[in-house]
Design a protein around this ligand. Structure first.
Ligand SMILES: Nc1ncnc2c1ncn2[C@@H]1O[C@H](COP(=O)(O)OP(=O)(O)OP(=O)(O)O)[C@@H](O)[C@H]1O
Length: 946
């Protein structure tokens, strides 16, 4: 690419190339070019015998002529100083030409004139624009290998209103912020210039349209800031085989002049114009001052339309030249000093000019092909020093591939083993010939098997975790095994755990119930709910208790077992519903407590204060104080005893009881201490006043303790719910396995063909999707990820690979989290494993984030419909968060899932687009609305080495 002819003057004092993208445009830092032009004394000034107050010492320096000669004046230096005799052509050549012609090589450029009114800005800018147009067309003529398109637009800023100078009838125009282009003027008319003459004609129109008025200083004073913008687009002709196209804007800015009302003798409209002009010039000066100070704090670009529009030219990516025009006269010396001070600041401002290159797709492909060829060449090259990094990467990848091959081999061996076991079984059961040659369904094994890489972590296992790991190893071998009797045994164990869980829940509820009954907490309805739930759980316990052991696993047994399991699923679901009810009751209680500060309550409290003795002497006092402090006093011992005697294999039960007991202990300790101190104070001789205060404190403490109990129970109920969900999921997987084996068996009996036909895709898709949804829930996966995945993958055959990958990742992750300390936060004790807690935290943050979006993304009407549908109370705090907290919480309910996904999609502006959606799922695990990745899912991707 040829560059425009260089300017005759040297470039600004400081220039530095910045490295750009390889093969891409370079960025260059350079200071704004600042020149000063002094006009001759005009007729009026001459007539008044005004004196010339400034001396141009040389081409770069100007100094105030000091008539007193007491102190030498400080000279000002600039890129150029043009004395009154200098022609405008010289000013252009040496002050603006190279900046103007940058636009031809794709760099945005701005030339503007700054100075007091009547100092010669318009006079100078007209000449500069004319010369630049001449040069541009000259350049176009001398560059036949390129095609050029020139477009022109023009605006004025008059009294802070933007007007289109080519289409005045459009009225005031708005400024918009574009993330790529910066500030743009909405609906600004743009005309293509056919040639130089046409362009000059259009500029003539703009000038004629501009606001001009008469002041004492200037007959034709510009009352607005004018910006003429030429957009130059150029590309090499097809035949040349070159690749680049450029696009750049060249702005000619003629500012209105700063003025002193005393000197311009303005009033009325002129005065108003003057104040607008001065205000925007003040903002321009303050932007320049801040930029020149090198401080990158707040730059007040937005304080005026002028600075907003010129933002990219002031410390941005354009090349900029400022011509400061001054009057030589002594009567304007203060104004000239201001202009020179502005010029002094402006010369320190640094821009980072960039080439705006437009590359066509065809060109891009060609460039990429070249880049690939170059990289391939580097790889082949024996010179290790130049590409050692690439080589080591290659070696690393190769090692990974080898490891994966070994893993595959291992899996193949496992499959063969399973197959031979199945053969053995078939032979022993005398299965007819031609039966299924395969082991357990590949998709079930795939869902339930574990990657080999976990082997490496085995050495680090602690004795406490040995049992969990042992169980998982057992489960692993079990899943590879086709023997249904083992599966049934495993299911039996799950049932036992479920039973224990029910017992735990029952005990907790009893305690809660007692507390509520004893201290009359909550309303009648809550008390009824509690006793109802209690009796239902008792029924549940009785119903699920099946004493006899299943030892055989023949077909009849299996069918019966599966039916039983399905029923169990229902009971689990009903247990969940009941827990949900308990949760609701607790929520009600909490809200009742939090609204305790009602005026009525306050009055009640006041009344109580009047009768302190009656209350403190009450026989229930001790009980009232102690009860909230030790909610489990009646049942705690029994529970502890039971926990101690429980079989060690029941780790889930132990952990839950531990948590529960711990919760209780913490509460108990804290409040026992406070209560003791209060009681001792009660016993000491005290005034009526102090007793009244104590009672108030006791009441407050009682309330706090009760609230804490309720909170503890709420946590506990949540934990129970999670555990139930987890057990249910494990059971589902096992049921799946059993069903699969069963189906295989019956198929083998009926069918003599050796080939096993796979499940139709739509059925398999539904199954996999359900599993994925459950795993998302268990692993606390980001709601945005769930939504995108759910909405993007609708069951198309091409979705298969994404489903499999997701399922595999999540299965592995779930197991990994379980190994770390179980996926449920309830089971983690005081210090949850960082991965789990990070995921939960991230999910909570994500919900908070989404809640903030509710008001902006949904109309008031839509919100109200949703609040009603999702049972968010009409009055209450944080309704948005309440709504979002209900989304994606029920992995069993497909309608809930669908509706949750739709709401989240709306909140994040997500629309299903086939073009890049899948890549997003495949490659992007960070939240699209936040560049900071989610701790939870990001951690997951780290775990998976993605
Ligand atoms: N270098 C110069 N040589 C000769 N005449 C000049 C020169 N500069 C300006 N003038 C004359 O001075 C007068 C004022 O110039 P001009 O209108 O360009 O000032 P301005 O700074 O644009 O004023 P305003 O801010 O009020 O619009 C004009 O008559 C113009 O012809």
């Amino acid at each position: 690419m040829e560059t425009p002819p260089p300017a005759a003057t040297p470039l600004s004092k400081m220039q530095r190339n910045l490295s750009g993208t390889p093969g891409g445009p370079k960025a260059r830092e350079e200071k704004i070019r600042v020149t000063v032009r002094m006009r001759p004394l005009n007729r009026k000034e001459q007539a008044m015998y005004d004196l010339i107050a400034w001396d141009c010492l040389d081409e770069h320096t100007i100094v105030f002529k000091n008539p007193n000669q007491e102190r030498p004046a400080i000279p000002y230096t600039f890129d150029k100083v043009f004395a009154p005799a200098c022609s405008t052509q010289k000013v252009y050549e040496e002050g603006a030409k190279d900046v103007a012609l940058s636009a031809l090589s794709g760099i945005n450029a701005t030339i503007f004139a700054y100075g007091q009114t009547n100092s010669g800005k318009t006079f100078t800018m007209r000449g500069v624009t004319e010369s630049a147009i001449k040069d541009i067309y000259e350049y176009i003529k001398n560059t036949p290998e390129r095609d050029f398109i020139l477009r022109i637009s023009a605006l004025e800023i008059y009294n802070e209103t933007v007007i289109d100078l080519l289409k005045r009838e459009s009225g005031p125009l708005r400024l918009l912020d574009d993330p790529e282009k910066g500030t743009i003027v909405e609906k600004l008319n743009e005309e293509v210039a056919k040639d130089g003459q046409h362009l000059r004609h259009l500029i003539g129109i703009c000038e004629a349209q501009r606001q001009v008025g008469e002041t004492a200083l200037n007959d034709k004073s510009s009352r607005s800031h004018q910006i003429i913008r030429l957009t130059v687009e150029s590309s090499l002709r097809e035949s040349s085989g070159h690749v680049k196209s450029y696009i750049a804007s060249l702005n000619f800015v003629d500012l209105a002049g700063s003025e002193r009302i005393s000197q311009t003798n303005t009033c009325g409209a002129r005065m108003k114009e003057g104040s607008h002009i001065n205000r925007s010039l003040l903002t321009l000066a303050s932007v320049i001052r801040k930029l020149s100070g090198g401080k990158r704090g707040h730059i007040p670009y937005r304080d005026s339309k002028l600075t907003r529009i010129l933002q990219s030219s002031l410390g941005g990516n354009a090349r900029t030249a400022i011509i400061c025009t001054i009057s030589p006269s002594l009567s304007h010396v203060e104004q000239t000093r201001n202009t020179l001070a502005f010029a002094n600041s402006a010369k320190e401002v640094i821009n980072t000019a960039r080439v705006n290159m437009v590359v066509s797709n065809k060109t891009l492909v060609r460039q990429l092909q070249k880049e690939i060829a170059r990289l391939e060449g580097e790889l082949r090259s024996p010179d290790l020093s130049s590409n050692s990094c690439l080589r080591s990467l290659l070696v690393e990848k190769e090692l990974k591939i080898q490891q994966m091959e070994r893993d595959m081999e291992n899996l193949r061996r496992q499959r063969d083993l399973a197959q031979s076991q199945l053969d053995l079984e078939r032979r022993s059961n005398k299965v007819p010939k031609g039966s299924n040659d395969y082991g357990p369904s590949s998709q079930v094994v795939r869902c339930l098997s574990f990657p080999e890489e976990k082997e490496s972590a085995k050495g680090k296992r602690t004795p406490e975790r040995r049992e969990t790991v042992g169980r998982q190893a057992m489960l692993k071998s079990l899943l590879a095994s086709p023997d249904p009797s083992i599966l049934v045994g495993e299911i039996r164990k799950l049932e036992n755990r479920q039973l224990q869980l029910c017992e735990d829940a029952n005990r907790a509820l009893e305690v809660l119930h007692k507390d509520f009954a004893t201290h009359k907490l909550g309303d009648q309805e809550t008390a009824e709910t509690m006793s109802k739930v209690l009796s239902e759980i008792k029924d549940l316990l009785a119903a699920s208790y099946t004493p006899e052991e299943i030892v055989t696993a023949d077909k009849a047994d299996l069918v019966e077992k599966i039916t039983q399991l399905k029923n169990q699923g229902n009971t689990i679901a009903s247990l969940e519903r009941k827990l949900e009810n308990v949760q609701k009751s607790i929520d009600k209680l909490v809200s009742a407590f939090s609204s305790d500060e009602t005026p009525e309550n306050k009055t009640r409290l006041r009344k109580k204060k009047i009768l302190p003795f009656a209350l403190s002497n009450s026989p229930h006092m001790q009980h009232i104080i102690r009860a909230p402090c030790s909610p489990l006093s009646s049942t705690r011992k029994t529970m502890e005893h039971e926990i101690e005697n429980r079989a060690p294999e029941n780790n889930i039960g132990v952990t839950i009881s531990d948590t529960f007991s711990k919760l209780h202990k913490d509460t108990s300790r804290k409040h026992d201490e406070s209560c003791d101190s209060i009681l001792s104070r009660e016993g000491s001789p005290a005034t009526r006043q102090s007793k009244s205060v104590s009672v108030k404190k006791i009441q407050k403490m009682f309330k706090n303790a009760a609230e804490e109990n309720i909170r503890s129970f709420r946590v506990y109920v949540t934990e129970l719910k999670e555990l139930v969900a987890k057990l249910h999921y494990q059971k589902q997987l096992l049921v799946c396995q059993v069903l699969e084996l069963e189906a295989n068996k019956s198929m083998n009996e009926e069918n003599d063909t050796p080939d096993r036909s796979p499940l139709p895709w739509h059925i398999l898709f539904e199954q996999q999707r359900k599993q994925i949804i459950m795993l998302w829930h268990l692993c606390h996966i980001s709601l945005v990820h769930r939504t995108q995945f759910y909405l993007l993958l609708g069951g198309d055959p091409s979705d298969q690979i994404y489903m499999e990958v997701e399922l595999r990742r999540l299965t592995w992750l779930e197991q990994h989290l379980a190994e770390l300390g179980n996926a449920s936060p309830a089971l983690l004790g005081d210090e949850p494993a960082s991965s789990v807690s990070a995921s939960i935290r991230a999910l909570r943050q994500e919900r908070e984030y989404l809640a903030k979006k509710v008001n902006t993304k949904l109309t008031a009407e839509e919100r109200e419909v949703l609040y009603a549908k999702w049972e968010v109370p009409p009055v209450g705090k944080q309704r948005r968060l309440q709504l979002v907290n209900k989304l994606w919480t029920d992995p069993y309910n497909m309608q809930h899932v669908q509706e949750s996904a739709e709401i989240v999609a709306k909140l994040i502006d997500f629309r299903v687009s086939d073009e890049n959606g899948r890549e997003m799922i495949e490659l992007n695990f960070s939240s699209p609305f936040n560049k900071k990745s989610w701790a939870g899912w990001n951690f997951i991707s780290n775990l998976l080495n993605l």
